[in-house]
Ligand binder design. Structure first.
Ligand code: ATP
Ligand code: MG
Length: 269
């Protein structure tokens, strides 16, 4: 069995709008695969199809060889596929610890009810989860913020909480939709470190990111989308040298400014 998360020939149609057409991408454990393309090229839509938030019009999603097309998001989380959102979706009033614990609970079937009822077995389970949450928060540098309300954190910290929640849910594949957006350079460098650490732990990462400098610093492979189709796939260098990609995406002034802005990340890399 091939260990990988794979989307094959995905088509997504919204009425008359074809957002994705024959789009394919794959990521293996321990690898970082970047997904780039202009605004509206279909990146988030592909993530939504892979993580069960949208049912693709056609195509197939597999996790380690098992067909999971059309599975609900919570079922995919149990299968090891978790994600973050372009706009973070966390309860801003909960604490960092509660948000991470919620990630653990998402994988338990009856545990949460037992915990509510205060059963002795549930209490030891609760302790085990709290320890695991503390360990995870420590790994991501969030432990000093465990009791803080998420609404009071910086965007960089909120995005790390989202990553922690994916890991708490036992994700083997993590999809990050523009995790560096709105982050300071220092936070970007920290996030880049954490993404590398995920891969070093054997997690497969799919990463949507506009900043090609960051993509280059992190990714083993890159897929470029253009109006819903895959324009190019390869190493960051190969993709950067692909004339069609330069013309469609990298050649634009905005992209080169992005690249200039990421230099500190590369130095820290
Ligand atoms: N729920 C929806 N209903 C209708 N059209 C949609 C829906 N979601 C996305 N689209 C359309 O699909 C196309 C791809 O959008 P998508 O959000 O996937 O792009 P993106 O590459 O993530 O862009 P960005 O870089 O701005 O985040 C766009 O034309 C968008 O308007
Ligand atoms: Mg998007």
């Amino acid at each position: 069995m091939t260990r990988e998360l794979r989307a094959t020939g995905v088509r997504m149609q919204f009425g008359g709008v074809v957002a994705l057409q024959d789009a394919s991408i794959a990521v293996s454990p321990g690898r970082i695969h970047g997904l780039i393309g202009r605004n509206g090229s279909g990146k988030s839509t592909l993530f939504n199809c892979i993580t069960g938030f949208l049912q693709p019009t056609a195509g197939r999603i597999t996790v380690d060889g098992q067909v999971v097309t059309g599975w609900a998001p919570h079922r995919l989380v149990r299968a090891g596929v978790a994600r973050t959102f372009q706009t973070p979706r966390v309860d801003m009033r909960s604490s960092v610890r509660e948000a991470v614990l919620a990630g653990f609970y998402s994988t338990l079937r009856s545990g949460f009810m037992a915990a509510m009822l205060g059963l002795p077995s549930a209490r030891s389970e609760e302790r085990r989860l709290r320890d695991a949450a503390a360990q995870l928060m420590e790994q991501l540098g969030l432990l000093p913020l465990a009791g803080s309300e998420i609404g009071r954190l910086s965007m960089g910290q909120v995005r790390l909480v989202e990553v922690a929640r994916c890991l708490a849910a036992g994700a083997r594949y993590v999809l990050l939709d523009e995790p560096a957006a709105g982050l300071t350079r220092k936070e970007q460098a920290l996030l880049a470190q954490q993404i590398r650490a995920l891969a070093a732990r054997g997690i497969g990462v799919l990463l949507v990111e506009h900043n090609f400098g960051l993509i280059r610093a992190l990714c083993d492979e890159v897929t470029v989308l253009e109006t819903g189709r895959v324009l190019s796939t390869g190493t960051p260098d190969a993709v950067a040298g692909d004339a069609r990609v330069v013309e469609s995406y990298l050649g634009r002034a905005e992209a080169s400014e992005d690249e200039a802005a990421v230099r500190p990340v590369r130095e820290a890399a």
